[in-house]
Design a protein around this ligand. Structure first.
Ligand SMILES: Nc1nc2c(ncn2[C@@H]2O[C@H](COP(=O)(O)OP(=O)(O)OP(=O)(O)O)[C@@H](O)[C@H]2O)c(=O)[nH]1
Ligand SMILES: [Mg+2]
Length: 443
């Protein structure tokens, strides 16, 4: 009795030590359990789509307010797609009703057709010569377009436009901000015009040349679903929401509980103007999911061409031993490489788990036969297959990593497919968890 007695100072010191231990444990626990994850990548690569998948898989999905917002967004997406197509029909010089399957092959060898130069649809591709292939079908379309649109002979009145041409004019002239009312219903005359245009073979052909202008990737999905979307009682499904498109202009933080971790997921806008906002979020980042739209390998990059050129030349120097680019074309995938080079080798991300999503593999698979890789990357010597192609593009990115001992975790993703993303996020979470634990010295 009495042998265990301590002085008041010793009791206070022990209490203080216990309190400190508790605090350290709590802090350690918090930093292990809270994981800051950034979604980075160029514009339209699928960052917000991955965030939506997090919500569906680890959250509670979308509430009524969000459904209302997405309903308006999706209807606007349909109208925007049709407006883009109507503009592209003129810039690519495709006549409405043009049907490649009915073109007389003898037309393709007509001297005047071969000789005619179809002007490229925009500055970027004109400079790049990406359409230097002189696609014979494009030349036939352009020649028919000229015939149809030439000024009437003297004494003749103007040609009466076809129903689909009138629909195109209606769409061209409508102001997108006022085209549907407070009830968020697409007006009947607009729905009718959209319906006529969607069904037009010339418009379908125009969609097949989407790499020559900028069309939302979701366009084909919307085409298949537009009747449902334009109906008065339309309510978006999860798949509609995943396929919808809103450019991110405000950084968002969303928290999810994944196993024992709290994920703080930051979705940042990827367009050039939005990237200026990234820096303040670079502190204490445990993991980055960097998204690349692998399907953009044949897509001319449309953002700010003057800046692109210099970055492009730097990248060309960086990779000159590995690959010689088509020195005239600045492609959307090249823009992603420039950005990944900066992010991956950034001093603040030395211990950050770097996860690369080579996204939009569904579109990549569809494109391969129409757009052989070698036409855009002349040094590519592999087979024009999905496996070899994905491997090649992934290697272009992983080779940019200047710290060889650091692993880049690569996944080939289809961000609009919940089942596939669910499996991939499980693997990603395992990596993040084990990296967080080992950074804390707990593994
Ligand atoms: N087919 C297909 N579409 C995809 C895929 N991933 C994303 N999309 C679509 O691509 C479009 C752009 O996706 P977002 O998630 O908005 O792109 P983002 O990277 O957030 O773009 P910013 O906010 O501008 O930086 C949307 O319409 C998506 O539905 C995919 O794997 N396959
Ligand atoms: Mg976004």
């Amino acid at each position: 009795m009495g042998s265990c007695a301590s002085s008041p100072e010793e009791v206070a010191a022990a209490a203080h030590t216990r309190e400190l231990d508790k605090q350290i444990r709590a802090e350690a626990d918090l930093s292990v359990k809270s994981v800051k994850l950034l979604l980075l990548g160029a514009g339209e690569t699928g960052k917000s789509t991955v965030l939506k998948q997090f919500k569906l898989i680890y959250g509670v999905g979308f509430n009524e307010g969000e459904l209302k917002l997405y309903r308006a967004t999706i209807i606007l997406n349909v109208i925007t797609c049709v407006k883009t197509l109507v503009a592209a029909m003129d810039s690519l010089r495709i006549p409405y009703g043009f049907d490649p399957s009915t073109v007389d092959p003898s037309l393709l060898t007509r001297e005047e057709v071969i000789a005619s130069e179809a002007p490229s649809p925009n500055k970027a591709s004109r400079e790049s010569g990406m359409n230097g292939r002189k696609d014979p079908m494009a030349l036939v379309a352009a020649s028919l377009y000229e015939d149809l649109n030439k000024p009437p002979e003297e004494g003749d009145g103007p040609r009466k436009p076809s129903a689909v041409e009138s629909a195109a004019r209606f769409i061209k002239e409508c102001d997108i901000t006022f085209c549907f009312g407070s009830d968020n219903v697409c007006p009947v005359d607009m729905a009718d015009a959209i319906c006529l245009l969607w069904k037009d073979t010339g418009v379908r052909y125009c969609i097949s040349r989407a790499n020559e202008y900028q069309l939302m990737d979701t366009c084909t999905y919307l085409i298949n679903e537009y009747e449902r979307i334009l109906s008065a009682e339309y309510k978006p499904t999860d798949q509609d929401i995943l396929s919808s498109r809103i450019m991110t202009t405000k950084v968002t933080e969303t928290k999810f509980k994944v196993q024992d971790l709290i994920f703080r997921v930051f979705d940042l806008g990827g367009q050039r103007s939005e990237r200026k906002k990234w820096m303040p979020y670079f502190d204490d980042v445990k993991a980055i999911i960097f998204l690349v739209a692998i399907s953009s390998y044949d897509q001319v990059c449309f953002e700010d061409n003057s800046t692109n050129r210099s970055e492009f030349l730097i990248l060309e120097l960086l990779l000159s031993d590995l690959l010689r680019f088509n020195s005239n074309a600045y492609l959307a995938v090249t823009e992603s490489m420039v950005l990944f080079n900066t992010v991956c080798n950034h001093a603040m991300f030395k211990t950050t788990a770097m996860i690369l999503f080579m996204n939009k593999i569904d579109l990549f698979r569809e494109k391969l036969s129409k757009s052989p890789i070698v036409e855009y990357f002349p040094e590519y010597g592999g087979e024009n297959t999905f496996d070899r192609g994905t491997e090649f593009f992934a290697s272009l990115f992983t080779l940019l990593n200047k710290t060889p001992e650091r692993k880049i975790y690569v996944h080939f993703t289809w961000a609009t497919d919940t089942n596939q993303i669910k499996k991939i996020l499980t693997m990603v979470n395992d990596v993040i968890l084990s990296m967080s634990m080992s950074n804390m010295g707990l593994l």
